[in-house]
Design a protein around this ligand. Structure first.
Ligand SMILES: [Zn+2]
Length: 283
């Protein structure tokens, strides 16, 4: 599933390849891709024709293109991709929406094998689309306030990893980056948030920003001309992972075998020595 660094890579690609261009036609090839559009595919197709795409923005894992006062909002789901390429290339069976441009140049295709992703037009959403207004800023937005976040985090009564994944507290941190940040901050995922000390929270928030920033830097280099890509995996950052997906392999810091625990239908990876389990874990 794409996480913040991958989505940011896509945003930069959109900024480079489609912003400043005027949409000519929009064709919805699968209605599920616009299931959040109130009046359905026809409304989505007509709302954009002849309009210019002004900027590409992001909050957490949501992307939007501002179109005048309105927004074209996208969520990539599990397998969504936004691909830019020559308009005459073959149409793959997983293309859900196709946008052509008035300049006759490269087109934009929303491709989504598993159809969990979606797009919709949001009226007056250019600054912040209403459907995502409840999502907290991510660490790369100007509105992100680590001091306020630290207070809110410690006021919760939950496990620290659950708090990191709570998009109303901080957005853009998925399972992989949560595990990596917790390892760097030497905190166990089940640590109750109300027991975290000030310096532990600062260490954690610094680690979150570092992990996401490093992944972002690597994601940027995999970016190909005319190709706006999300591969649904952790991409090139994979080789830098310390704990995620590394059950029984040695901790890069102390050599202890990494442990995997079940967590919310997924997994949590920790070093049992660097990240001691709390006496009263919140699972
Ligand atoms: Zn260790």
């Amino acid at each position: 599933m794409p996480e913040l660094p991958e989505v940011e890579t896509v945003r930069r690609g959109l900024q480079d390849h489609v912003v400043g261009r005027t949409v000519e036609t929009v064709r919805v090839l699968h209605p599920r891709a616009v299931r959040r559009q109130p009046a359905g595919p026809a409304e989505f197709e007509t709302a954009l024709g002849g309009r210019s795409l002004d900027s590409a923005r992001r909050r957490g894992k949501y992307l939007w293109l501002s179109v005048g006062e309105d927004a074209l909002l996208a969520h990539l789901g599990m397998s969504g991709q936004l691909l830019v390429g020559e308009p005459d290339r073959p149409l793959s069976p997983h293309v859900r929406i196709r946008f052509t441009f008035a300049d006759g140049g490269p087109d934009l295709r929303f491709t989504d094998q598993r159809t969990f992703g979606h797009m919709c037009m949001v009226r007056d959403g250019a600054e912040l689309p209403a459907p995502i207004a409840h999502i907290a800023p991510d660490p790369f937005e100007a509105a992100y306030d680590p001091a306020a976040l630290a207070l809110r985090l410690r006021a919760r009564h939950t496990g620290v990893k659950r708090a990191l994944l709570d998009q109303s507290l901080i957005s853009g941190v998925g399972n992989i980056y949560a595990d990596e940040a917790l390892w760097r901050a030497r905190l166990h995922w089940a640590r109750p948030t109300e027991t975290l000390k000030g310096p532990e929270v600062s260490r954690l928030l610094t680690a979150v920003r570092e992990v996401l920033g490093e992944a972002l830097a690597v994601g940027g280099t995999s970016f190909d001309d005319l190709y706006v890509n999300v591969n649904g995996e952790s991409g090139y950052f994979e080789r830098s992972l310390a704990v995620y997906g590394r059950e029984n392999l040695p901790c890069p810091r102390c050599g202890t075998p990494i442990r995997r625990d079940a967590f919310m239908n997924r997994s949590s990876y920790t070093c049992p020595r660097c990240q001691p389990r709390p006496r009263r874990p919140r699972l």
